[in-house]
Design a binder for this molecule. Structure first.
Ligand code: SF4
Length: 285
């Protein structure tokens, strides 16, 4: 069996930065003798999260009921009200919000004055919640949520709209939503597109499509609850290629090893150690 690795896979810049900040936070907390927290799971990968838990990191969803310590805000960003809650409760914040996400959150605050904010994002995704929770002058303005092309019917002619998309939103779905919004724009609606899905996600998806052309089947490695990993798997299956989504090397089967050319890709939250362990197990025998 020949193995071909995707030329773009594994940690994106934002996740790599967040992981480094958590490691730094754990070290600082140990030195100061204070608790250390992450607001929500740092990344969608059980193995990495368990390792951090073993080192003392506690995952929390609010400041309530927790003694102050160091809290890491993850790469997806956080609603302003929640951030304030931690500051007011005496926590030290280490902000691991990805710079790409921060730029979008700043642009939302800037645009709130002149346009209604339209947020294209998966419901309850942390990044969507962060975008919905942006405040200007201490106040969160209502925004319009869109998750499918049909949702654009909420927009009204004669109003101005600033559109923001979740950086990891499904690219094909985004293309459909964008087309529906463009169709309104052609009819005279005032719509400004303020950002795009993150190039990191796009590059990873383009790479797996190229990889699929060279391989008989594709193994997608990453957390089962990682949206971008699942999107890679769905993309490959969607073009009619045999694929599996596994979290660790323990899920490798003899069927996977039965293909002449097997491609490997991994989501943005998959650690390099996991990818290496999968490759090593596939090369056994
Ligand atoms: S996918 Fe892009 S925006 Fe999201 S954390 Fe990674 S680098 Fe940042």
């Amino acid at each position: 069996m020949e193995l071909i690795l995707s030329d773009t896979m594994g940690y994106c810049g934002g996740v790599f930065r967040a992981i480094s900040m958590v490691e730094q936070a754990i070290d600082e907390a140990k030195q100061k003798g204070v608790p250390v927290y992450s607001l929500g799971r740092v990344i969608h990968n059980s193995q990495v999260c368990s390792s951090f838990t073993d080192q003392g990191l506690e995952t929390i969803t609010s400041a309530d009921g927790h003694p102050p310590g160091i809290v890491v805000l993850r790469a997806h960003g956080v609603a302003d009200a929640l951030r304030r809650q931690f500051v007011d409760s005496g926590f030290t914040i280490m902000d691991a919000t990805c710079p790409v996400v921060s730029r979008n959150l700043n642009l939302i605050a800037k645009n709130q004055k002149d346009a209604e904010i339209v947020i294209v994002g998966h419901e309850n995704h942390p990044e969507t919640l962060a975008m919905q929770g942006v405040e200007r002058n201490g106040r969160a303005y209502p925004s319009i949520s869109i998750i499918s092309p049909a949702d654009v019917s909420q927009l009204k002619k004669g109003r101005a709209y600033a559109v923001f998309v979740q950086t990891t939103f499904d690219r094909l779905l985004w293309r459909e939503v964008r087309s529906a919004l463009l169709a309104l724009k052609v009819q005279g609606y005032s719509i400004e597109f303020c950002n795009e899905v993150c190039p990191s996600s796009v590059n990873r998806r383009d790479a797996v499509l190229r990889l699929s052309e060279q391989c008989d089947a594709i193994l997608v490695v990453g957390g089962k609850d990682s949206a971008n990993t699942r999107a890679l798997y769905t993309l490959v299956v969607g073009i009619g290629k045999k694929a599996w989504h596994i979290e660790t090397e323990d899920e490798i089967t003899s069927e996977m090893k039965g293909y002449a050319i097997l491609g490997i890709t991994a989501g943005a939250s998959t650690p390099p150690q996991t990818i290496d362990a999968v490759i090593a197990k596939l090369k056994e025998n």
